[in-house]
Structure formats: C-alpha cells, structure tokens
Design a protein around this ligand. Structure first.
Ligand code: PBG
Length: 330
C-alpha cells in the first residue's frame, strides 16, 4: 500500500500540467512590454562590437534602421536611444547636447520618419557629451544642479522637435522633470511625454554601458546625484516628486537587485512603472551562459518575468530582441 496523507489542500494540483500552469499564471511577458536600448554613432556601415556586452553593437544610423525594422517585425514597439559622441565633440559644458543638427536629433528624426509607429525614448543627460563623464555640469569639482537643469530642459525640447515620443531624463538632478515639462509646454510640445528615471541608484551594474559610450566619470563617482543602494523610502520620495512635477512614467534602475523598489513604487503610484534591466545584468547572464554555468534563454526569460512580477509594466532590456525571438518560437 502506498502511504496516503490526510491532506485536502494540495497546491501541487495546480501545477500538474503545462496547460494548468499556463491558465493559473499570475504574470505574463510579451514583446510589447520590452524596450530595446540602441547605441548610435556617426558614419555609415558602422557596426562596432562592445566587448563587455556580447551581442550588442554601437551602430551608425543605417544599421540602426535595420535593427529597428527587425524589432518591429518581432513585435517590439519601442526603443531607447543613446548616442556615442566623438571625443573631440565633448566639452565641460556638454555643448554638443544642444546642437540641433547633432547625432541624437538626426537619428530620432530618421527613425520616426521610417517607422512612425515605433515609440522612441530619447535620453536626457549630459554624460555622453561631457568631457568630465558626469550627467551634469561640473564646477569646482561639484556637479551643479540648477545650471544643468536649464541645459537638460533645452536638450529635451530639441529631442521633442526631432519627434521623440518620450524624453527620458536619466540624470537625477533635482527639479528637472518640472523644468522639462515647462520648457516642452512653452515650446508647444504638450504631447511629448516624460519618462523619468525616478529612482536611479549609484550602481556598479552600469559598467558595460559606460564602456559602450566611453562615458565613465573622469573623476569621482555619481553618488551626489544617483541614489544610495541602501535606501528604499528615498525612492518613494523621488517617485512622488517626479510624479508631482509632471512625469508620465516612472522608472526604477537597475532592476534585478532592486525588485523590492519596483514593487514599492508600483504600490505608491498610478503611473506606468518601468524598470531598466541594465548592462551589467545583461552581461552577467551572457558571461555565465558562455562559461556553461547556466542556460541562457531560461535565465533571460526568468529574470525578465521576475521584473514583471515585481510590478514593472515596461522593461528596458538589451535582451528585448532575443526575448521577442524566443516568445515567437514558443
Ligand atoms: C547615464 C546613464 C547610465 C545608464 C543609462 N543612462 C549610466 C550611468 O549612470 O553612468 C546605464 C544603463 C545601463 O547600464 O545599461 N545617464
């Protein structure tokens, strides 16, 4: 006789088959939840590998357009653009960020022209343009807030003019969402949204991204503006401020080490919540899979699902294309 427990409540009944598991699933993941970041550079036919981010490239506009076409075919509806600015165009004020004919405005315009339905998030921060590698202007060793905010607001207007659907301030200066909203409205861009990097932590997981843009700070770190990883309540304060200042979406960044922050922000706002599955999180899975330590596709799908479960509706991830391909196969 097989032993039988007197056990009316058996959670395993709901896991008996793949179909049952599918119908009771609490979380879903689709291509439309994913935003693909793209690194763009000047020139044509350029397709430069980023050593610390296997599978990710810095590309010229023509190649970027091809990537966007593939993404669209896979059902990915949005991209986030990050410009690689040539070293000789960088200065202490990040002046190139205000060039109407600069790389970002041209790329935004060209992508929106060819793919009007693709949602474009454009980055608002000075680090790709600033010879100091900081997100704001440095004066006497300090990243100055209010002077930076004035530049960011103008930068956002240029991106809106070029056709960005959302400007995405990733700089963490105080008051920038309000200043950007005001500048956009005054320039007639009341329809352009603001996706605020509301709770962005001073994280070691940004390393590979800084390789991609060659944007590491030349001196010091970003701890006077990005958040301390020890803090959660402070993230709620940042989120509440950005919401009050007029943000249309709030982001938590990074994602995987900050799932509790995503969950808390989700509970405290009615706005859409995004999370950024950052470069270091991407590269860790690539490296471990390459070493044979774990299954690439399963680790990718599981971590993206975990970010959704925590409460992010939208995920910025370098896996967007590969994940969309995998979803298509299933
Ligand atoms: C800077 C910026 C960073 C990322 C996006 N925008 C890095 C930083 O703060 O130094 C990181 C994204 C990633 O690691 O994937 N404005």
């Amino acid at each position: 006789m097989e032993p039988r427990l007197d056990l009316p409540l058996r959670p395993r009944r709901n896991r008996r088959s793949a179909s049952i598991r599918d119908i009771i699933a609490e979380t879903s993941l689709a291509a439309q939840d994913l935003v693909m970041p793209l690194f763009v550079m000047e020139g044509s036919g350029k397709h430069q590998a980023i050593q610390s981010m296997p599978g990710i490239f810095r590309t010229s506009l023509d190649q970027a357009l091809r990537q966007v076409e593939q993404l669209q075919r896979l059902g990915v509806r949005s991209i986030a653009l990050f410009p690689y600015i040539a070293p000789e165009l960088r200065d202490g004020l990040g002046s190139e960020a205000l060039n109407r004919q600069g790389l970002s405005p041209r790329v935004i315009k060209a992508i929106k022209k060819r793919f009007p339905a693709m949602v474009v998030f454009s980055d608002v921060a000075l680090d790709p343009f600033n010879s100091d590698g900081h997100d704001g202007i440095v004066r006497r060793g300090q990243v100055v807030n209010d002077e930076t905010v004035a530049v960011l607001a103008q930068m956002a207007v240029l991106q809106a003019e070029a056709g960005a659907d959302y400007v995405a301030p990733s700089d963490m200066m105080d008051g920038r969402v309000a200043a950007i909203r005001k500048a956009l409205d005054e320039a007639g861009f009341t329809h352009t949204g603001i996706m605020s990097y509301a709770a962005k932590y001073a994280s070691s997981f940004y390393g590979p991204f800084r390789d991609a843009l060659d944007s590491s700070p030349k001196a010091g770190d970003k701890k006077t503006y990005q958040m301390d990883p020890r803090n959660l309540r402070e993230a709620l304060r940042e989120a509440a401020l950005d919401e009050a200042e007029g943000a249309d979406m709030l982001m938590v960044k990074p994602a995987l080490a900050y799932l509790d922050v995503i969950a808390a922000v989700r509970q405290h706002t009615t706005l859409p919540v995004a999370a950024y599955n950052v470069s270091g999180e991407y590269s860790m899975i690539k490296a471990a899979a390459k070493a044979g330590y774990l299954d690439h596709d399963k680790a990718m799908a599981e971590s993206l699902m975990a970010i959704r479960r925590a409460g992010a509706g939208i995920i910025f991830t370098y896996f967007a294309k590969e994940m969309a391909e995998l979803l298509k196969k299933r």
